[in-house]
Design a protein around this ligand. Structure first.
Ligand code: SAM
Length: 201
């Protein structure tokens, strides 16, 4: 699981490519997130979509009545997503922000991380944890989607076993569930993924 992974220059990628061509592009709300929101009866809460990229999840959440803030390292990703949201008449707070060195100073009912955490090498995970835990209200949730150890493509982000998720997040969060699933996007077959529901202790 700890093999070193080559990851793109995110800003360059969003400048050069259409978001619709990106492997993680999913125009609809992620089905695992959808199910979790229903299960936990979360409506109209405050949400942070961190590493929002194309912004599809932020947009889908705003359409369902959540008050959404969406951030990404890439300024171009934020600009492109903001344009789409404006065309749809949605009010979302868009910000360029590096989650490893964040300037956010708000607490949210939940944070969605769909594919951001899994791009960070092991030595940056403590920095991530320190920031993210402070962005969630007490008893609030972190919904995490990351590649699973069952994914066998040689390229792509870091992969995790359910036990590794429990080990990494278990100190700061109650690990409510870790489900084997897929990462909905443009690849075929869809990459194997984990969807984790973590509650701030
Ligand atoms: C795999 S993509 C997922 C995009 C989006 N969450 C989705 O599901 O469509 C990972 C995203 O994380 C962003 N990212 C990478 N490093 C980041 C950082 N340090 N802070 C914030 N965002 C970052 C990238 O720019 C990219 O948009």
């Amino acid at each position: 699981m700890n093999q070193r992974r080559e990851l793109p220059d995110w800003e360059q990628l969003y400048q050069e490519k259409d978001v619709e061509s990106m492997p993680w592009f999913n125009p609809d709300l992620d089905p695992d997130l959808d199910q979790a929101l229903t299960q936990l009866k979360l409506h109209s809460s405050t949400a942070l979509d961190l590493g929002t990229g194309p912004g599809t999840q932020a947009i889908a959440l705003a359409q369902r009545g959540f008050q959404v803030t969406a951030t990404d390292l890439s300024t171009t990703a934020i600009q492109k997503a903001q344009r789409v949201a404006q065309e749809k008449g949605l009010d979302i707070s868009w910000k360029q922000d590096d989650i490893l060195n964040s300037t956010l100073n708000q607490e949210f009912d939940f944070v969605l991380d769909r594919g951001c955490f899994h791009v960070f090498p092991p030595e940056r995970r403590p920095d991530y944890m320190q920031v993210v835990v402070n962005l969630i209200k007490p008893q609030g949730y972190l919904f995490l989607k990351c590649f699973s150890h069952l994914e066998t493509r040689p390229e792509g982000p870091y992969r995790f076993t359910p036990d590794e998720i429990k080990e990494i997040f278990g100190g700061q969060f109650n690990v409510l569930s870790v489900k084997e699933t897929v990462y909905h996007g443009t690849l075929s077959p869809l990459p194997r993924a984990l969807f984790c529901i973590l509650q701030k202790s």
